[in-house]
Write a protein that binds this ligand. Structure first.
Ligand code: NAP
Length: 347
């Protein structure tokens, strides 16, 4: 058995891909051969372990050379390759939304539901970056007091929509400082201007006026917590923050609590840094490139008995995507599930 894992990254030239490479290197993941891929539309080089690597367009025969493939590109690309690769023995960790709700694919945040990784399937999905904060921060309280209803307002960073979205913000800011007004750019990534603005739309709307992001928050959180009866209402809002998604949450529980018991549950929640001092709280700038989730401003809500409020922030590119995927891979590795087979290599 080789101890090195041959790793492919599909979407290596993207925002999540860039963070993923940095994390694999910084956390000393035992990468053997490294295979980066991009759309192939432009020649892109990525740096990994002191070397520059040219990204190529993914094809099945090349991806199959890897022991582990991280998918950080698009739903379409994941759909084209991931299930087939997993079926042929390659481990696939997918950050797109393509398989998150597939009943045969575990949707995993290791500190919340690592047990789902023992199911044996080689395709694993990582959740949407917005609900990750709530899934981690409220998990301990949910186990102890059973959350029945969640109301969530999100404040989502521009980087959550990829590098094209950051370019839109940058172009609008440059225009503003030159011309004194925010432009209506042609072919922009977002439906509205984002510089000095915000809008309650993340993704398209369905027939009921619910956005794609709001639907994901609800469906994926229920799956991760295995709580189909949980009721969730959210409004997803894009804000001109570069990095770090924030959530304002109202949660109503089944069992009674005191603020002291909620504080104790939050302090003991894995992956969460809880600000017990009611006058201190995390902001997006505080979570950039930090692991885990931060929360503060815990208080009882006036609207309903057994309802409390919490402010939650996490780095969408780290815990919301790249870090969570690397943690899944590390979990598989630590338990001897992810091993490179001894084989004759024909490269
Ligand atoms: N951004 C976040 O906070 C976040 C959080 C959770 C999950 N995700 C998910 O992670 C994935 C990547 O997001 P991102 O923000 O990193 O996007 P991004 O910055 O736009 O990067 C997208 C990457 O995918 C590549 N790509 C696009 N089309 C491709 C194709 N047909 N074949 C191969 N590669 C292709 C791009 O290559 P080029 O450079 O050639 O265009 C680029 O490397 C998405 O599925 C997203 O939903 C993102």
């Amino acid at each position: 058995m080789s101890k090195k894992i041959d790793v492919a990254v599909v979407g290596a030239s993207g925002l999540v891909g860039g963070e993923l490479l940095g994390l694999l290197e910084a956390r000393k993941f035992p990468v053997g051969r490294f295979l980066p891929f991009n759309s192939g539309r432009t020649a892109a080089f990525v740096a990994f372990k002191g070397k520059k690597h040219l990204c190529r367009k993914p094809v099945f025969s090349e991806l199959k050379k890897a022991d582990l493939v991280f998918f950080v590109s698009t739903d379409e690309v994941s759909g084209r390759f991931a299930k087939k690769l997993a079926g042929s023995g390659v481990w696939c960790i997918d950050d797109s939304s393509r398989f998150r709700l597939d009943k045969n694919v575990p949707l995993v945040i290791p500190e919340v539901n690592a047990a789902a990784l023992e199911s044996g399937g080689r395709l694993i999905a990582g959740p949407n970056c917005t609900l990750t904060g709530a899934a981690v921060a409220l998990h301990g309280i949910h186990k102890k007091f059973k959350i029945l209803e969640l109301r969530i307002a999100t404040y989502q960073a521009v980087s959550g929509a990829g590098k094209g979205a950051l370019k839109q913000l940058e172009a609008e800011l440059l225009y503003y400082f030159k011309h004194g007004r925010v432009p209506e750019l042609k072919g922009r990534k977002f439906p509205r201007a984002i510089a000095f603005n915000l809008f309650p739309q993340v993704g398209g709307f369905d027939g009921n006026g619910t956005s794609v992001e709001e639907a994901k928050v609800s469906a994926e959180l229920k799956k991760i917590w295995t709580s189909p009866g949980l009721r969730i209402s959210s409004t997803a809002v894009r804000v001109p923050v570069l990095r770090g998604h924030s959530l304002s949450v109202w949660a109503r529980t089944s069992r009674p609590w005191t603020l002291a018991s909620l504080r104790a549950a939050l302090a003991a929640t894995p992956g969460l840094q809880f600000f017990g001092n009611p006058y201190k709280y995390p902001t997006p700038l505080d979570v950039v490139k930090t692991s885990g989730v931060k929360a503060g401003r815990l208080r009882a809500a006036e609207t309903s008995p057994k309802e409390f409020q919490l402010w939650i922030v996490s780095d969408n590119l780290y815990k919301g995507a790249a870090l969570n995927s690397v943690e899944i891979a590390e979990y598989l590795l630590d338990r001897g599930l992810l091993v490179a087979p001894a084989r004759v290599r024909v490269f």
